[in-house]
Design a protein around this ligand. Sequence first.
Ligand SMILES: Nc1ncnc2c1ncn2[C@@H]1O[C@H](COP(=O)(O)OP(=O)(O)OP(=O)(O)O)[C@@H](O)[C@H]1O
Length: 259
Amino acid sequence: MIEVSGVGKQYGDITALNRLDWAIGEGEWWGIIGPNGSGKSTLMRLLSGVEQLSEGAITIRGVNIADYSRKQLSRMMAVLQQEGIAPVHYPVREVLEMGRYPYLDWLGRDSKDDVDTLIEGIMDKLELHDLAERPLDELSGGQRQRVALGQVMAQEPQILLLDEPTTFLDIHYQQQFMELVAKWRKEAGITVIAVLHDLNLAALYCDKLLVLRDGRAVGSGTPAEMLTAERIGYVYEVDPVVVAHPSNGVPQILLTRQV
Ligand SMILES: Nc1ncnc2c1ncn2[C@@H]1O[C@H](COP(=O)(O)OP(=O)(O)OP(=O)(O)O)[C@@H](O)[C@H]1O
């Protein structure tokens, strides 16, 4: 579905990404992992089309990303960041409706007839009914992130890009967020690409991982293939212990105290 071929990105003298090749299949859930400054967010900005490549090409369904209009891209692809949404003083229901922006014509009419049904359905799935009339800036960070997910659901994309979406969430909301994305993917068949710092969450939820270090891919494959003590040790410069999750066998990383 997405082909990344020989992609590089330079900022002056800094090479943020170097000759990256990567193929993402329809409906897959990929995690991008790697240490601070390894190029993860740069890659996300190139995939979402907000920044230009310095070299190489990215195609989506065979079409170069530069040949899609902004509107076409935002119908196809939604992006959710660490702090998913600015804490504006708008009620939750209106914030969800803003997700329909790419589908409005110049008179503000939506190309879909039953938008109310869509929004109600999203509020059901994300249990947002109790919050519907509350202004976003009065909600907790975890609640806001759930609304941000609702807004991108209203966008009805086929590709979801998540940039460290669980960083500010406690473990309850982390799990809830990942479960909601997993359910959405199962129901709608969307393709998910997520930058994740939490390797254990990445192992639990992603089908495959792309591992970056210094702007280069140092591997891609299943969590079991990628999350070996040797690779994690090399990439993050730590000395980890990798254990199998007792209920599903996926790798989980433990650190050992040094002093
Ligand atoms: N706009 C920019 N101008 C100059 N250098 C940049 C810019 N954006 C990123 N870089 C540099 O590119 C490299 C990769 O940065 P990037 O933000 O992609 O890393 P990252 O893996 O997302 O890091 P983190 O985990 O800390 O968020 C870094 O050396 C960074 O300083």
